[in-house]
Design a protein around this ligand. Structure first.
Ligand SMILES: [Fe+2]
Length: 402
């Protein structure tokens, strides 16, 4: 062990010139050199993440230690670090803990590893993308095929599965090979075909401008699957727009418009004879890093604004700007969906729509269901073998002295 320098400073950790295995104890945190890099950990964070038998149920990884009982003065009474054996600490509350090197690597919260752990997202270009396409048999029958499909939806926000049997409710069976159908107030499997008596604009043959479904929920469905049982009409091409790219353009061109749409609540409603959904939220919701997390865009379902008088025109200016970008044809994929095609969209990101069609020219029938993006992330973790937690400490070592 090497004596104290200053690991508590706010400077970012950097490639270290200290020898591998160096351990430096500061007042409130320590630093250690692992894989040639300086990694820093706060004492309270390490104590909280103890895997000692008294602190955690080993099999389920559930925490028994009640975090608020950790005193602000927690610090090592003794500590040692070896790059192969890990970090051993006797805490000043008497608990002995070990933190294995592979666990320290996985949970290192320095800036670079945190960046690397974020989900890779590729925004579409000006001309849109060729939506990644996968064969149904590969996605439902092989882990590799399913993983490739999940990767595409997570990275690009959209994918097409072709060769899906044109069988009633096949889209529901497909969803259940990935995760779970998200129930909504209307049909579990929603039919879209020409129907003059239908309850929404999807049942007309007119253009359906790009939109996201059900912003009338406080948490709109985050995945939508659209399965074309048949599509023999003239026209009716599918349109997908990367909403996150459109928002990046808006943010570059007019930050004030972007900010307005992050702030102004917009009410949306979708109802039927017996059911109702209604929710009021800003169109843009950001994550804690300031990136877009949820995008709601449905011109057809928007209800009268109820906001302070002096904000109304500000909102319409921002909405006009955004709508112009979305309707510009940029960042858009336009394609004819064939019989047996199943479109998947990450519907907090990618908008879907359709060009007008002639209902007399042939049959057009699709069925859609909703899911949650969490199911896609979870299924990918399971297929990659990443879902089981990595223990910081082996159970038989919990009583070992550092
Ligand atoms: Fe829709």
């Amino acid at each position: 062990m090497i004596e104290v320098t200053h690991p508590d400073s706010a400077q970012p950790a950097a490639p270290s010139v200290e020898p591998e295995g160096t351990l430096i104890l500061g007042e409130r945190s320590l630093s250690l050199v692992l894989d040639g890099r300086e990694c820093r950990f706060h004492y309270v964070w390490l104590r909280d993440n103890s895997w000692a038998a008294a602190d955690r149920v080993f099999l389920s990884s559930e925490r028994k230690l009640f975090t608020p009982t950790i005193p602000a003065t927690i610090a090592p009474a003794k500590a040692a670090f070896d790059p192969h054996e890990g970090l051993k600490v006797l805490w000043n509350d008497g608990q002995q803990c070990r933190y294995l090197p592979e666990w320290l690597r996985r949970h290192d919260y320095s800036e670079a590893p945190r960046d690397a752990r974020r989900h890779a997202v590729t925004l579409w270009g000006e001309t849109g993308i060729d939506v990644p396409r996968f064969a149904h048999a590969d996605v439902v029958n092989t882990p590799e095929g399913q993983l490739a499909y999940l990767d595409a939806v997570i990275e690009y926000g959209a994918a097409i599965v072709s060769g899906v049997p044109s069988v009633d409710h096949e889209v529901e069976r497909f969803a259940e090979t990935i995760g779970h159908v998200r129930e909504v107030a209307f049909e579990r499997v929603h039919n879209v075909r020409h129907d003059p008596t239908g309850y929404n604009v999807a049942h007309t043959p007119g253009e359906l401008k790009p939109h996201t479904d059900l912003p009338s929920y406080n948490w709109p469905p985050s995945i939508q699957l659209l399965h074309f049982l048949t599509n023999q009409t003239t026209g009716g091409e599918s349109t997908l727009v990367d909403g996150w790219t459109a928002l990046a353009e808006l943010r570059r061109q007019a930050p004030a418009h972007f900010e307005t749409l992050c702030r102004v609540p917009v009410p949306y409603q979708l109802f039927s004879q017996d059911e109702d959904t209604w929710a009021e939220n800003p169109m843009i919701q950001l994550d804690t890093d300031g990136n877009v997390k949820v995008f709601r865009f449905s011109n057809q379902l928007a209800q009268p604004l109820s906001i302070p008088f002096d904000q109304v025109e500000m909102f319409y200016d921002a909405y006009r700007h955004l709508g112009t970008i979305i309707d510009s044809g940029r960042h858009r994929a336009t394609f004819k969906s064939e019989d047996g095609d199943l479109i998947t969209v990450h519907s907090h990101r990618v908008l879907h729509g359709r060009l007008p069609y002639d209902p007399a020219s042939g049959a057009r029938h699709l069925q859609d269901v909703y899911m949650e993006f969490d199911d896609f992330l979870a299924r990918r973790r399971v297929l990659r073998g990443e879902h089981m937690p990595l223990a910081a400490q082996k159970p038989e070592e919990t009583q070992e002295a550092p």
